[in-house]
Design a binder for this molecule. Sequence first.
Ligand SMILES: [Ca+2]
Ligand SMILES: [Ca+2]
Length: 192
Amino acid sequence: MKKSICLLLLAVSCFGASAQVFAKDVTLNWDRNTEPDLAGYKLYYKAGSSTGTFDGSDAVQGKSPVDVKNLDTFTLNGLDPAKDYFFEVTAYDASGNESAFSNMVQAYAAVVPPAVPDTAAAGDGNGDGVVNIADALVILQASLKPALQTQTMKAAGDVWPLDANGKPKGDGVINLNDARLILQRAVGLVSW
Ligand SMILES: [Ca+2]
Ligand SMILES: [Ca+2]
């Protein structure tokens, strides 16, 4: 049980019904040990930082380490997509002797996209529930100084361009087009 094991991260997938609720599945693969008394592998995982004990407990399969038996590919399910995870694997023999740890691999936290504005909130760049000139000014400021842009502005203030039905579609950036369109909405030149 001296042989080193090379661990690879194969896939990270996210599934979820809304932006807030995701389950993350992480598939890992490692090279097989060739010792004749090899009995299986243990998959260690932890959330947060790469240092410290591999004391993960989020996976559907249970707390770290997960005894994956004599497999060389395994998928951990139900991890929190908001967290970074770190993984290592060991091999064990029929007598219970455990190898040294493999290399460590990391699965990064998923980037949760900003909520798509519904038409009621679209244009409400300051998040106070109404669309008026104050929002046009807030978005104008934010368009000139990106450091000022908040999640609310990005979600509600990115209204330009409008789609074929005249509803705010957005193009992923806050700029003068958004400020102008919110101003037009505020003074009643457009509606959505
Ligand atoms: Ca507002
Ligand atoms: Ca825009």
